[in-house]
Design a protein. Structure first.
Length: 131
């Protein structure tokens, strides 16, 4: 990754605003390409609060919302859709049929209970069992 060049913001903005030729500015500030000069100029304008910073967040891509039934009869939800909907692999859904079609409703997971077999050993004399 290319390291950012440290540039005196005021001097760069002043050189551009005075109409100095690009080639002279590139030589004076030691820029190798015109795009490096443009980037530095933009960063200088933002740093000096002459312009607002451009929103750099990317738009979320459109996600295919179609699911299918595979040969075994299981509903297959594409990974991109699972990530987009923030579905956890442990989530449980109920399928409800209504007039408009099928609806997946997230249900609460029942708490797990552990059933243990009772031992048929006689209780020891120092352990008491509640009634």
């Amino acid at each position: 990754m290319v390291r950012k060049k440290l540039v005196e913001h005021n001097a760069l903005v002043q050189a551009v605003e005075m109409g100095m030729p690009k080639s002279v500015i590139m030589e004076k500030f030691d820029f190798k390409s015109l795009s490096a000069l443009k980037t530095a100029y933009y960063n200088a304008l933002v740093a000096l609060e002459k312009i607002e910073k451009v929103n750099e967040t990317r738009k979320k891509k459109n996600v295919d919302t179609k699911i299918r039934v595979n040969a075994r009869g299981s509903l297959v939800i594409p990974k991109d859709l699972v990530e987009h909907l923030e579905i956890d692999p442990e989530d449980i859904f109920e399928v409800v049929k209504n007039t408009s079609g099928l609806v997946l409703k997230k249900t609460k997971r029942l708490p797990k209970t552990i059933l243990r077999k009772r031992s048929h050993r006689p209780a020891s004399s120092h352990a008491s069992m509640p009634n």
